[in-house]
Design a protein around this ligand. Sequence first.
Ligand SMILES: [Zn+2]
Ligand SMILES: [Zn+2]
Length: 333
Amino acid sequence: MSSSQMRLNLATGEWVIYAPSRRKRPHDVQTKKPIENISPKDLETCPFCPGNETVLQSGILEFPASGELQWQTRVISNKYPALTPQDSTQRVAHGIYLTTAGYGRQEVIIESPNHAETLATLSVEQVEILIETYHQRYLAFMEDPEIMMVTIFRNHGSAAGASLRHPHSQIIATSIVPRNRRWQDEEAQRYFDHWNRCLYCDMLEFEIQQQKRVIGENESFVAFIPFAAEVSCEVWLMPKRHQADFGSISHTEKKDFAEILQGVLANIYHKLDNPDYNYVINSAVRYKTEEPHVHWYCQILPRLSTKAGFEIGSRISINPSLPEEDAQFLRGE
Ligand SMILES: [Zn+2]
Ligand SMILES: [Zn+2]
């Protein structure tokens, strides 16, 4: 491809610009990170390290570990929550403006007692326990009828918004559904109305058949770079069985999800020199958990570049690398 190209992202309905003149190999985009030094002081002051529990808010759930470890994953309430379940969800009018109390639930999942680990360096068995923890907390949050949407996510590195080094994920449940989620559901609904098929199931079928953007697969999951990826080396992990709701994941699927997630993160860690990244599990909102057109997936977004003025103003993404090339790179070709 010599000139630039635009691609339609079928999930969002947004166009993405591919700019080959800016193209670099993903590993050239990433600036070399300095070697990370973890000092004894970091361990003394880290609120997530074992032994420092007194500064934490109360623990909600712990998965016990074998051997000398007291726990493997630990769920705690967020010390500085943006949302709490105490208030009412009633709207209040202020002239033409509208407010409501910050109703919601927010927890932190500490992924390992070991400060220096990250998911890329944990074993698949440890990541399986993390997925089990996600699942239990997801179901617990969904028991609250005021909660409309539960978002599980992980920020890795300061460019991705992580303020603490100790490996952790977060889970936030809200009583509101944002507009972009409704738009994405509408795009999938429109596709379903046209074709009587789930857009995401069709994407999976096409990606498996084409093999151009697939970077990994097991019994229950496929890992691929989406056709209209918004950033370099964006990866989607999608269950092969149609399911709208992360809450309906089966025991076997949890194992397979852990395996593919750990594998992809380890691959990114080694090939891109431990880049900062976010991942998020996009699951159905409460009233769409049985829909034939909604399909949950985990979206991994490496932070290899920063959004600039045009992207912020226009909401149009410019991606310097083509998904097929990123896939080749991550497959080691
Ligand atoms: Zn720590
Ligand atoms: Zn589907």
